[in-house]
Structure formats: C-alpha cells, structure tokens
Design a protein. Structure first.
Length: 519
C-alpha cells in the first residue's frame, strides 16, 4: 500500500452564472460582516478590490477536510495507489459575482468598516478502494515469493556447479598422470619387446642347433650300432685280437659319444630352461603390458565417465533450471506489467501533484492580490481624506484657472490683431522703401549731370544707410509723401500702443520661441 499527501486534485466545476447559489456567502451590508468574519477552519479569506467601477467577480478558495482538527489550518489529504483504479477527489468551486456598481456613499461606508467577501472550494476526500489495495498487495507478495523461490533455486544450482568444478579439477591431474604413464611405459614396453624378440630368436637358433646335433648324434649312433653289429657278427664268425681291440676302441668311442650326447642333452635342457625363463619373462612383460593397457583403458573409461558426468549433471541442472527460468520470465513479464501500471499510477499521481501545486500557486497569487488590494484600499482611503481636505482649494484654483483662461483667450485675440497690423505695417514699409530707393536713384542721376556742367568740386558722398538721421527720416518722409491726409489713420489708444510696443519687442528678441504675452 502506497500513500502520499496530495491536496486539491481533480476537475473543478465553476458556476459564475449562478449567483443565487452563492448568495449566503456574500453579505450586502456592513452589519453582516461579523457573520462572514468567523470563517470555518481551513478557509482562506479573499478581500475584493472594492472600487466604484469594479465589475469583476471575486473568487475565494476553501480547503475543507472531514477529519480536520479545530487547531489545524492546513489539511492533509492522502491518496491510495491501486493497480485496478485510482480514485479522484471531487472539487466544488463556488464563484461570487459582484457585477453591481457600488455608489460613492456605500464605498465610503465600506472604507470605514471593510467587510471581505469570501468564497470557498470544498475538497471532498475520495473513498479508499480496500479490495483493490488488498488484491495489489497479494499480487505483489506472490511475485516476491516467486522471486525468493527463484533465488533459492539459483543457490541450489551453485552446489552442482561446485561439484562440476571439483570434478573438472580432478580430471586434469588424472589426464596428466595418464599422459605420464604413457610417456614412461612406452620406452619400457619397447625395451621389453626388443629383449623378447632377441630371446625368441636365440631360442629358435638354439632349438635348431639342438635338433641338428640330436639328429647328427642319432645318425652317428645308428651308424656305430650298425658297425658294431657288423663287427660282432664278423667277430663271432672269426674272432681275433684285432677285432677285439677294434671293438673296444669302438665301444670307447661309443661311450664318448654317449657322454657328448648327454652333455648336449644337458646343454639342450639348459637352453630349454633358459628359453622357458625367457618365455616366462616375456609372458610377465606381456602380462604387465596388458595390465598397463587395462589400467590405461580403465583410466580412459574413468576419464570419459568423469567428462560425461559433468555434462550429464549440466544437462540435468539445465533441465532443472529451465522451469525456474520460464517461471522467472513469466514473473518478469508480470513484474514489467506491474511496473507499467505503477508508472501510470505514478504519472497520475504526478499530475495530481502538479494540479495541487498549481492550486497552491493560485492560492498564493490570490493572497498576494488580497494584500495588494488591501494596500490599495488603504492608499485610496488616504487619498480620499486628502481630497476632502483640499476640495475648497481645488474650487478656488478652478475659478482662478477659468479667469486666467479668459484673459489668455483675450490676450491671444489681441496678439492676433497686432500680428495682422504689424504685417500690414511691414508691407507699407517695404513699399515706401522701394519708392525712396527709386527717388534716390533719380536724384543721384540729376546731381551727376549738374556736377558735370559746373567745375566746382562736389561735397564728399555719403554712403547710403550710413547716416542714422537720414535712415530714420527717410521712411518718415516717404510715408508722409505717399499717404494723403485722408489716408492717414488716427493714432491708436495708449493701451494698444503699449501692447504693440511689447509685441514688437517680443518678436524682435532672438531668444523668443513662442509663449504667452504678459499684459
């Protein structure tokens, strides 16, 4: 069973178009403020930004827990993770619509006694699915038991592996011993075989010599017997001393031949004994060789058995391990499936946590907005007090501003008239200057002719424009000559003369860039 605190998750049902349902939570008069101030535990009050032109609805958030103690301000909500289903909390959101425009008098009363408007979000904890939790716990316990059984089988498999390693370690010395026996018995067997072949050849030669000598002795004995028989018959028919001597000599030879025959027989017997001893030794060597061969064959069989035994044990162990491996694969697949489900549940949990964090951030931002609204309300209260104190000054200033605006309009009108008169005067001045220039040209031509006729030296010429009196008087003369007495306009009044002089001075100054003429 896995549990983690996760407040505020799920879908929120906002009802901004139903102010009648939220009517009990919005007091309309300051007298209802104490009832609203005593909010239940876990409620975050939201003070609306009350201004005369405010038309936006105010929203409050309330986190309510069924098992919340009276002294607790932050409820703790838990969620149960099950493989079958994940319960979602139900959130109810109530919005209070303040679309009515509050008059100035009610604003002042509210400023004197602020009554915050509070809305609430009720978070209902989801019921725990105990059956799904029990099934998930049983499933996980079964998986853990199978994993433990698989670990026991692997530990049991270590014993055959250890025996296999021990037998493999024993096979190597036996193979080395067998190779040493082969290497040691090979030269001895070859030497014994060589000695046996030599003894056999000698025995065959001795047997052949013995048989030849025995045949020669038998033939000689037969000859001597025939000769003795013939001699006896001759001596019996005619006995004589020479015959006796000859017979005695022949008997002596016969005895000598018998002695030689006996010696040859003894030698043959000795040769037979030596041949039998050689045969016995060769038989012993053959028996030892056969014994060695049988031992080698037994060692080979034992070695093959030792080689085959680990294979048989490995095959049996592999067959024994195939079933646990298959069970492990099935368990692994089920574990992967459970992990996938767990990841999905963790993703859902993370989503719920993100929703919780967003709701907490929204709550924090709402608290900041409430603080800003309170500071704005205090600032507005100070400004209202300042406005009440300086209202009379504002009225005096408005009256003075109206007078000054009227004077400014009159001054601007006079300035426009003076500009028109000045433009006309400038045009007249330009025309008079042109006429004076023409007259001065005509006068200069006349004086040049008269001076050419008279030898008297003329006075020194003055350059035009160098005499201030001439330059000042010439425009006046031109103006007098040009305008007739009927056309001369009457002089302006003294006030207008002063205004025109001020205007000319203002326009003649090089630093002037615009402004209002001071009258």
């Amino acid at each position: 069973m896995m549990s983690s605190p996760m407040p505020l998750a799920g879908a929120a049902s906002a009802t901004p178009s139903a102010p009648a349902e939220a009517a009990p939570a919005t007091p309309s008069t300051p007298a209802e403020a104490p009832a609203t101030a005593s909010a239940p535990v876990g409620v975050v009050p939201v003070v609306p930004f009350a201004t005369p032109s405010a038309a936006a609805p105010s929203v409050g958030i309330e986190l309510a827990s069924p098992s919340l103690a009276p002294s607790t301000t932050t409820p703790t909500v838990g969620i149960a993770l099950a493989s079958a289903s994940v319960a979602r909390p139900r959130v109810e959101l109530q919005l209070v619509d303040e679309s009515t425009v509050v008059p100035t008098e009610s604003v002042e009363r509210n400023l004197e006694a602020p009554t915050p408007l509070v809305s609430a979000i009720h978070v209902v904890l989801p019921p725990l699915d105990q059956d799904a939790m029990r099934s998930s716990i049983d499933h996980l316990s079964g998986i853990l038991d199978r994993v433990a059984a698989l670990g026991d089988l692997e530990r049991d498999h270590e014993d055959p592996q250890r025996r296999f390693r021990e037998l493999s370690d024993r096979v190597d010395p036996l193979e080395r011993e067998l190779a040493y026996i082969y290497a040691t018995a090979g030269p001895l067997a070859a030497h014994c075989q060589h000695q046996y072949e030599n003894a056999r050849e000698m025995l065959q030669v001795a047997q052949k010599v013995q048989s030849d000598e025995a045949a020669w002795f038998l033939a000689r004995i037969d000859d001597l017997q025939t000769q003795l028989t013939a001699a006896r018959s001759v001596s019996a028919s005619s006995p004589s001393a020479a015959t006796d001597r000859r017979i005695s000599a022949l008997e002596m030879k016969l005895r000598q031949v018998c002695i030689d025959r006996d010696a040859a027989l003894c030698n043959a017997k000795e040769s037979d004994e030596a041949a039998r001893s050689w045969e016995a030794s060769s038989a012993a060597l053959e028996a030892a060789t056969a014994k060695l061969r049988r031992q080698v064959e037994a060692q080979e069989v034992k070695s093959s058995d030792l080689h085959e035994q680990p294979r048989r044990q490995a095959r049996s162990s592999q067959q024994q391990l195939d079933c646990p491996h298959e069970e492990r694969d099935r368990l692994q697949s089920r574990v992967d499936l459970a992990e996938a489900k767990l990841k999905k549940v963790a993703a859902v949990l993370q989503k719920r946590t993100q929703d919780r964090d967003r709701a907490a951030a929204a709550l924090h931002s709402n608290e900041k907005l409430v603080g800003a609204a309170r500071s704005s309300i205090a600032r507005l209260e100070r400004r209202v007090n300042d406005l009440e104190v300086g209202r009379q000054e504002l009225q005096h200033l408005e009256a003075a501003n109206a007078v000054l605006t009227t004077d400014l309009a009159a001054a601007q009108q006079r300035c426009s008239d003076l500009d028109a008169a000045r433009a006309k005067a400038v045009a007249d001045y330009t025309a008079i200057r042109d006429r004076i220039a023409g007259l001065m040209t005509f006068a200069q031509t006349g004086t040049s002719r008269s001076r050419s006729a008279s030898p008297v030296n003329p006075p020194p010429k003055r350059k035009r424009g160098h005499s201030p009196s001439t330059s000042r008087s010439s425009p006046a003369r031109g103006r007098i000559r040009r305008h007739s007495p009927d056309e001369v306009s009457p002089p302006p009044p003294p006030g207008l003369q002063n205004m025109s002089a001020a205007h000319d001075q203002h326009t003649a100054s090089p630093s002037h860039s615009g402004g209002v003429i001071a009258c």
